[in-house]
Design a protein around this ligand. Structure first.
Ligand SMILES: [Ca+2]
Ligand SMILES: [Ca+2]
Ligand SMILES: [Ca+2]
Ligand SMILES: [Ca+2]
Length: 505
C-alpha cells in the first residue's frame, strides 16, 4: 500500500448513527477466487501454523535522531514494519516482531527519508512453505529506493535479503509493490513501482540470495498519467493468472489502470476509461461471487479542491467495478458514499473550511461473514461526531451477487459499545482498514488503524494505534475487540510515525 497521511483541515459536525443491523447472509456459498501460487497455503502465514499474520508498516516513523530532528519524531521517515502473529484466538499481542534497517540481518542503514515500509506485501518467494515478507523503502539511498525480503520459517521471520535497488535518485524502487503469479507458472512474482508510472517485474521463484529465476524486466504504465498512488493484484479476468490494477493521481485527477497477466507476464497497462476521479487507493477481491476479482477504489478527499465536483463523491466515495473475462467493467460500476441508502452517517464536506468526512480511506476487500461474497471495509478517518473533530470511524459494506451494496452496512468507532478507547479529536480512527482472517475460521476480521491515537496510559503521544474486531456470520462484532499501540510493539514512543496509517497489501 502507498504512503497515506491523514489530511489536515478543520472539522465539521457529523452525527453518525451507530447501527449493528445486518441482513441475512445469502444462502448460496460460493468460493472466492484465491491466489494461484503454490508454496505456503496462505500468502501471509509467515510461521506456517495455518493462521494469517498481519504486518503493520510505519514508513513515516522516525526511530533514530537526526540533526534538526532530535529524539526521533517529526515524521523523519526512516520507518519500521511490525508483524503480529495469528492463532486460533486471533492476533496475539504477545507474539510480534519489529523490523527496521538498524536491526541485525536487515540490509541497509536507517536514514532520514528512507521510508522503510512504504510498501509491504507477502508471498512464499522461495517456495519452502512459509510466506515471506516483502518490504519496500521508496526513499532508500537518497531516493533510489529498495525492495527486500524477510524470510518466513517455523519461528517466524528472520534474515533479510535485497530483491531490488534503484540506480538513480528518482527510481523510487519499492514505493509501491505487489506479489502475484503474473505469468501463471504457479510461482510468485513481484512487481514494484519504478519512477512515477513505470513498473519493474521480478519473475520468480526466488532463491535465498533474492535473485528472481526469471530475471527482471520493465513494464510500461499508461502513458501520460500522474504518479502512481496504489497497486493491487488479483485475477480480474478469471483466467487463473494474476492481474494488476493501479490508481494514479488524486481526486479529480485520479485514474485507474489495468495490466492483464499472461504466460509472458504482465501485458502493457492501459487506463480504464470511465473511472476518472475514482480515487487514490484500491483493493481487489470477488465481491459478487462470479470468480472474477472485482476492483474497489476509495476517494477519501471527496470534492475538496475539485474543479468539477462529483455529487457521488461528497464526503468521500467508494467505487466498485466488477471484473469479467474481458477485465474491468466500468459500465457496471457502483458508487457509494455516506448518503447511499443503508450506509451509516451523512456525507459532509465543506469547501469553505476544507473539511471532509474522508469516507474511502484505506479500503480493504475480504469475506467478513463467510458467505462467499467478499465484503469491503472503508475508513471514514475524519468523521466527526459529538462535536469531536475528526475522531474517525470505519464502515463495512456487504458484497452480494449483485455487487457492493449499502444495505446491511455497519459502522464502528471508539464510541461503539464494546470497542475499547475514548474518542478524541484527531484520532483518525479509520485512517486505514484491513480485512484478514486472523483466527482461521473462514471469516475476515476487521483491523482498523487510528494514526493520530495515543496508546492507553500515554495519551500525550500520537504515534498511532490498531484496533482488531472479530468477524462472525452476522458481520463484525465489537465483542472481544482490542487495541494496541507502539508501547505494546516495543517501539519508542514519540516516533511521529502514525501506526495504522496503512496496512500491508
Ligand atoms: Ca518462504
Ligand atoms: Ca488474470
Ligand atoms: Ca467478481
Ligand atoms: Ca460476505
Amino acid at each position: 500500500m502507498n504512503l497515506r497521511k491523514a489530511a489536515g483541515g478543520i472539522g465539521l459536525m457529523a452525527a453518525i448513527a451507530v447501527s449493528l443491523s445486518v441482513t441475512a447472509p445469502a444462502a448460496s456459498a460460493q468460493p472466492t477466487s484465491s491466489d494461484t501460487t503454490t508454496g505456503a497455503e496462505l500468502q501471509d502465514d509467515f510461521n506456517g501454523d495455518g493462521y494469517s499474520d498481519v504486518a503493520f508498516p510505519v514508513p513515516a516513523a522516525g526511530l533514530k535522531s537526526y540533526e534538526g530532528n532530535q529524539d526521533g519524531g517529526g515524521a523523519a521517515y526512516d520507518g519500521y514494519v511490525a508483524v503480529m502473529y495469528g492463532s486460533a484466538d486471533g492476533l496475539q499481542t504477545s507474539s510480534k516482531q519489529v523490523f527496521d534497517q538498524e536491526k541485525p540481518g536487515i540490509p541497509g542503514d536507517a536514514a532520514q527519508g528512507d521510508a522503510y515500509g512504504s510498501s509491504v506485501t507477502s508471498a512464499d518467494l522461495d517456495q519452502d512453505g512459509y510466506a515471506d515478507l516483502i518490504v519496500g523503502a521508496g526513499g532508500d539511498d537518497g531516493g533510489r529506493g529498495s525492495l527486500s525480503v524477510i524470510w518466513g520459517g517455523p519461528d517466524g521471520l528472520s534474515d533479510s535479503t535485497w530483491l531490488a535497488q534503484g540506480d538513480a535518485y528518482d527510481d523510487g524502487i519499492g514505493h509501491l509493490a505487489e506479489a502475484g503469479d503474473f505469468n501463471g507458472d504457479g510461482t510468485p512474482d513481484v512487481v514494484t513501482s519504478f519512477g512515477d508510472t513505470g513498473l519493474h517485474v521480478l519473475t520468480g521463484p526466488f532463491d535465498r540470495t533474492g535473485a528472481p529465476a526469471g530475471g527482471t524486466r520493465a513494464v510500461d504504465g499508461p502513458a501520460g498519467d500522474d504518479w502512481m498512488t496504489d497497486l493491487a493484484a488479483g485475477d480480474v479476468n478469471g483466467d487463473g493468472v494474476t492481474d494488476l490494477v493501479s490508481t494514479t493521481g488524486r481526486d479529480d485527477a485520479s485514474r485507474v489502470a489495468y495490466w492483464a497477466g499472461s504466460p509472458d507476464g504482465l501485458t502493457a497497462g492501459a487506463s480504464v476509461s470511465g473511472l476518472d476521479g475514482a480515487g487514490d487507493n484500491l483493493d481487489v477481491g470477488d465481491v459478487n461471487g462470479d470468480h472474477h476479482a472485482d476492483i474497489v477504489i476509495g476517494r477519501p478527499d471527496g470534492n475538496f479542491g475539485s474543479e468539477n465536483p462529483l455529487p457521488a463523491a461528497k464526503g468521500g466515495m467508494v467505487t466498485y467495478v466488477p471484473g469479467s473475462a474481458d477485465g474491468p467493467v466500468p459500465a457496471g460500476a457502483t458508487r457509494i458514499n455516506q448518503d447511499t441508502a443503508g450506509v451509516p452517517g451523512v456525507a459532509e464536506e465543506d469547501e469553505a473550511d476544507g473539511s471532509c468526512d474522508q469516507f474511502g480511506a484505506g479500503v480493504s476487500v475480504g469475506d467478513i461473514d463467510g458467505d462467499g461474497y467478499a465484503d469491503v471495509s472503508v475508513g471514514v478517518r475524519a468523521e466527526t461526531y459529538d462535536d469531536i473533530e475528526m475522531t474517525g470511524a470505519a464502515v463495512t459494506l456487504r458484497g452480494t451477487a449483485d455487487g457492493l451494496t449499502g444495505a446491511g452496512a455497519q459502522v464502528f468507532s471508539e464510541d461503539t459499545a464494546g470497542v475499547p478507547g475514548i474518542p478524541q479529536a484527531w484520532d483518525f480512527f479509520g485512517s486505514a482498514t484491513k480485512l484478514t482472517d486472523t483466527d482461521g475460521d473462514g471469516m475476515a476480521d476487521l483491523v482498523v488503524g487510528a494514526s493520530g491515537e495515543g496508546e492507553s496510559g500515554d495519551e500525550d503521544t500520537t504515534d498511532g494505534s490498531i484496533w482488531v474486531l472479530k468477524a462472525t456470520a452476522d458481520g463484525v462484532t465489537p465483542d472481544g475487540s482490542f487495541t494496541f499501540g507502539v508501547r505494546t510493539l516495543g517501539v519508542p514512543a514519540h516516533n511521529g510515525g502514525g501506526l495504522g496509517s496503512e496496512f500491508a497489501s
